[in-house]
Structures are given as C-alpha cells and as structure tokens.
Ligand binder design. Structure first.
Ligand SMILES: *Cc1c(COP(=O)(O)O)cnc(C)c1O
Length: 414
C-alpha cells in the first residue's frame, strides 16, 4: 500500500491510472471505522443533514456493505437515484471509458454525448427539446425561467401555480414553488409570483387558472410529501384546463421519472409541455434535465440561461448508459412494485400502502424512525419520509427474492 506522502512525491506522470484511484479510496476507507467517520463529519461538515451513523465501502446491485463488512439490502436507492443499483457493469463501463477520454469541455463546444443523451430522452418522452443541468432544483429553476420567459413573450402574467404539500427543491425559485411553508421558514424574501393550491382538488384550481398565470407545476406522485399519487382524473382535468387557457402544464418528474413508476414518465400520457428530471437519470451521476415542446423551448435564446457543468460528457455518458437499461427494466418495475405493495398490505401495523412502480409509501400505526432503525439492525435500509410513513424506492434492478427478503425483515420488525 502506498502512503499519501509517497503519492504526492510520485514521479509517475499519471499516478492515478488503471484502478489506482479505486484502490486509494478503498485504502483510505479501510483505515477508518464508521465511528471515526461520524466523529470527523461532526467536526468538518455543515450540520444540515440528519445522517445515520452508517458508512459504506461498496455495493453491488441492491446490496451495500458498510465499513465493518456488514451487508444491507438497499430499499432507499439513494432517495430514488440509484436506478441501476450499485456498480452496474454498463454504467461503470460507460463512465470509466468516458473519464478516460475527457470529462468536460463546456457548452462553448459541440458535445456528441449530450446530443446522444438528448436523443434518447426525446425518443423516450415524446418531448423533442432537452436542456441539461445537474440536479432537480436546477431543472425546476430552468423550467420556471422558461415559463416566465414564455409568458413575457406571449403577453401573459408571470404567476406559477403549484400544489400544496409539493416539493420542488431548495434553491430560491424552486423553494418559492414548493407548496410547503415548513421549507420556507426563515428564508424570506422568496421570489414572488407563486401560489399553491390543494393537490387532487380540481375545484380549488379552476377559478385560479386565469391570464395572470403562465404555468402550473405539479408532481405526478408527490414524493417528499409522503408518496401521494396524483388522482388521474385531477391531473387529466388540470391538463385540459391548462390547454384551453394557454397555461403551460409542467410536470416535476425529478423523482417519478426515468422508470421509477414503471413507465418512462409517470405523467407522459398527459402530454405535458415541460418535464423536469434528475434523480434516477444518471443512476447516481449528478444530472438533471428539462424536456420541452419545440415552441416552448424556443423562447430561450443564447445567453438567457445556461449551466456550466450541464450536460457534460461524463453525466451524458451516464444518461446514455442508464436509459436503455431502464427501458428494459420497466416490466419488472411494474411487476415487483405490485409484489412489494401487495406484501406490505399483508403486514401488521401497516395502515395504507400507496405508490406506483417502485416508488412506494407505507403509512404505519407506529413511529417510522423506530422501524427504520430496527430494519437497519436487520440489514434493510428504508426511508422514513414522514413521521409515520416509510418510503421504499429500491434500485429498479431489484429482484423478486430481494423484495421478499425485504418483506420478511419488515414483517419481523413490525
Ligand atoms: C428531489 C426532488 C427535487 C430536488 O432535487 P435536487 O436534486 O435535490 O435539487 C425536486 N423535485 C422533486 C419532485 C424531487 O423529488
């Protein structure tokens, strides 16, 4: 094993060649215990997350191994991000090979990888134009700017309507769009021109859809809000009203998109004008995207919006690897989502099970945090998204045996 000092003084031109980088990371981690990481994190990181005292060395598919060598079944999936699970060969190959060619040159130049990723997204969604960024919040910011500019060019008001209990991200615009005052507290003043209305209640929306409104932004299933599926009738009628009244119908599919719900886009059948994606899109490589109709995308002229890292070769290589794999997994996502939901409904202390595909919420009669802890001790990772609600979002590569194993562990815990 080489030491840091040796690495620094190495005369090799490319000390990190082959798998040397991987070995270096593995070496650094193997010298640390979870306890020492927790202690170090407390001393050096912002305290803005409530982290479990758990650190991983590596993963494979739906399994993760912690620094002490214990293995876990991952039903959190990095919050619906790890669509292909861990260390998926196609994704590993795509990003390693791309890293060996080049990572980044900026949007000052033509990017073949970006064009290819955009083509795949356009084919999968039916929306022909794509803008790339790095995260969900950024995708929503871009969509909001797109809506405002569209309104400006078309003589409409600037107001954007979103749903109560929604989540659209933490940056100022996305935060203003988020229909949950808990996230706003202490961060005012927020950008103006936003309003939120009850989800799944069309009568509440109808009188507000006037010419002062340029766009509606909703999630097909509210993810952070506790996995609350949109009522198909509500979404359809809302879409119709938007069409009739010249309002852009924008879907935030940051969590629901890219196969998570058993279809490429959970709201694709609604023919949205704009869709935002992120979480599962890069299978763990940070990447976000805005998809739009030609006429809508066309309002952004050179210089009006941009993103330095957006759509760089690395993230687009990931997208190009992820999309075909996800496409092939869709039937299994539907089938195993149903298997998981049916199994959950049979468990004691489970009051209600909601979801679509492999985005599933289970309301419990007991504290979800305590259940999370007990599951973790038995080697299952789940996410308490609300005080009494668990969210399950395993990698889309999950198998039937893994679903059954997770259900066994949950049964024992509950
Ligand atoms: C996670 C999420 C976001 C924010 O994404 P970030 O990548 O954290 O900025 C926005 N909208 C929805 C629906 C999400 O689930």
């Amino acid at each position: 094993m080489i030491t840091w000092e040796q690495l620094q003084t190495s005369t090799e031109e490319h000390p990190v060649s082959g798998n040397a980088g991987g070995d270096l990371v593995a070496m650094t981690l193997s010298e640390q215990s979870t306890e020492s990481v927790v202690e170090a994190a407390d001393a050096v990181l912002f305290a803005n997350y409530r982290r479990a005292p758990l650190a991983f060395s590596h993963g494979q598919g739906c399994r993760l191994w912690d620094l002490e060598g214990r293995s876990y079944l991952d039903f959190v999936g990095g919050v619906a991000v790890s669509s292909l699970g861990h260390a998926h060969p196609a994704l590993v190959k795509a990003i390693s090979e791309q890293a060996g060619r080049y990572l980044h040159v900026s949007n000052l130049y033509q990017l073949p990888e970006q064009v290819q990723a955009a083509r795949l997204l356009a084919d999968a969604s039916g929306l022909p134009r794509v803008f790339f960024c790095n995260s969900g919040a950024e995708a929503n910011e871009a969509a909001l700017k797109l809506a405002r500019r569209y309104a400006y060019d078309n003589g409409r008001g600037p107001k954007v309507l979103t749903a109560d209990n929604s989540f659209h991200g933490r940056t100022m615009g996305a935060l203003a769009a988020t229909g949950n005052p808990d996230y706003h507290e202490g961060f005012q003043p927020l950008p103006r021109g936003f309003g939120s209305l009850p989800y799944n209640d069309l009568d509440a929306w109808e009188p507000h859809l006037r010419t002062d409104v340029c766009a509606v932004l909703v999630e097909p299933v509210q993810g952070e809000g506790g996995v609350i599926p949109g009522d198909p009738h509500f979404l359809f009628q809302l879409r119709q009203l938007c069409r009739e009244r010249g309002i852009l119908f924008m879907l935030d599919e940051v969590q629901t998109g890219v196969g998570r719900c058993g279809v490429m886009l959970a709201g694709g059948h609604l023919e949205p004008d704009v869709v935002t994606l992120a979480k599962g899109l890069g299978g763990g490589v940070p990447v976000g995207a805005v998809l739009a109709r030609d006429e809508v995308a066309a309002v952004l002229k050179p210089g009006m919006h941009g993103c330095t890292f957006g759509g760089n070769a690395l993230s687009c290589a990931a997208v190009c690897a992820v999309l075909p794999e996800v496409e092939a997994l869709l039937p299994s996502v539907k089938r195993l989502g149903e298997r998981l939901m049916a199994g959950l409904r049979r468990l004691e202390k489970v009051e209600q099970v909601r979801g679509q595909g492999l985005l599933i919420g289970a309301d419990l009669t007991v504290d979800a945090k305590e259940v999370e802890l007990a599951c973790r001790e038995r080697g299952l990772l789940v996410n308490p998204v609300r005080p009494r609600t668990l969210r399950l979002a395993p990698p889309l590569v999950v198998t039937a045996q893994e679903v059954d194993l997770a259900l066994d562990i949950l049964k024992e815990v509950l």
